[in-house]
Design a protein around this ligand. Structure first.
Ligand code: IPD
Length: 279
């Protein structure tokens, strides 16, 4: 079966994709958490501060192998490796460790993010249909299936709780998550935006994992989130978790989120925040 961007998989297929996403994300999260070496060798990517550890590479390899074994005709796009083309219209988009700098410093806020998307995640028109984000230190997972809602899973107890975004609509009392890229010029621009936002909100959190930030918005633990420069693997699963929790995730012009800007939260807060971060 091949799916076009505007044609959703049937509910049974969606449930199977969702179960697969959670299963492989949990296995990768266990690998990175339990296999964390005392000394982590790193190499760098887009800048000196953009690190990749051996565990990012191993996690992505495990995700790629598991997804290919389960669904050999789907595509695959990961943060660290080569794309694999598919023939079904479904592409798996994975971040093997979202929050790599936290992981490097043994700080808790990192996660494995796995999404199935329709359309090319390298192009402008793609949409996630399934998402799973697993935080091994928090022992939590957040999942969503398009049209079927989002949930938080307590991995210790197995409890599953439906999610809904927070109800705060006053920007002045909103706790806002954001993040910063790795390039100096990007950061200078992000600092200028922050100067506009910080005096106008309750406070800012920079937790260090975009996928987790988005899930915390869906969970009502952050009121909203914005960031420029996100890649599809940072965004794909968390974006669906927010929208299935009743929130909105938009880009700079208010339509689809883009690499230029992502703003997420309840509709009223996003309407208040977007003009501030896209000036
Ligand atoms: C990064 C994190 C960070 C965000 C950066 C991302 P990575 O992902 O999500 O919070 O601010 O924009 O690149 O590099 O740790 O996978």
């Amino acid at each position: 079966m091949t799916w076009a961007t505007d044609q959703l998989p049937d509910p049974q297929t969606l449930r199977e994709l969702g179960a697969l996403a959670l299963r492989v994300a949990r296995a990768a999260a266990t690998l990175v958490h339990e296999g964390r070496p005392d000394r982590l060798d790193t190499s760098t990517k887009s800048s000196d501060t953009d690190v990749v550890t051996i565990m990012d590479t191993r996690s992505e390899a495990q995700l790629r192998t598991a997804l290919r074994a389960a669904r050999p005709a789907d595509g695959f796009v990961g943060e660290e490796g080569e794309d694999l083309a598919g023939t079904t219209g479904i592409t798996w988009v994975v971040d093997p460790i979202d929050g790599t700098v936290n992981y490097l410093y043994d700080l808790p806020m990192y996660a494995v993010s796995v999404a199935a998307v329709l359309g090319s995640p390298r192009g402008p028109a793609w949409r996630p249909v399934v998402g799973a984000v697993v935080s091994p230190v928090l022992n939590l997972a957040w999942t969503a299936l398009v049209g079927q809602g989002a949930a938080r899973h307590d991995l210790a107890t197995g409890a599953r709780t439906p999610l809904s975004v927070g109800t705060q609509t006053d920007l002045g009392h909103a706790l806002i998550g954001t993040g910063f890229g790795y390039r100096a010029d990007t950061r200078a621009e992000q600092a200028r935006t922050l100067v506009e936002v910080l005096p106008r909100v309750r406070d800012i959190r920079r937790l260090g994992s975009a996928a987790t930030d988005l899930c915390l918005v869906a969970d009502g633990r952050l009121d909203a989130y914005y960031e420029s420069g996100l890649k599809p693997w940072d965004l794909a699963a968390g974006r669906l978790v927010v929208s299935e929790a009743g929130g909105v995730v938009v880009g700079p012009a208010g339509g689809e989120p883009t690499e230029e800007m992502v703003v997420a939260g309840n509709a009223a807060l996003v309407a208040a925040l977007r003009p501030l971060v896209t000036r």
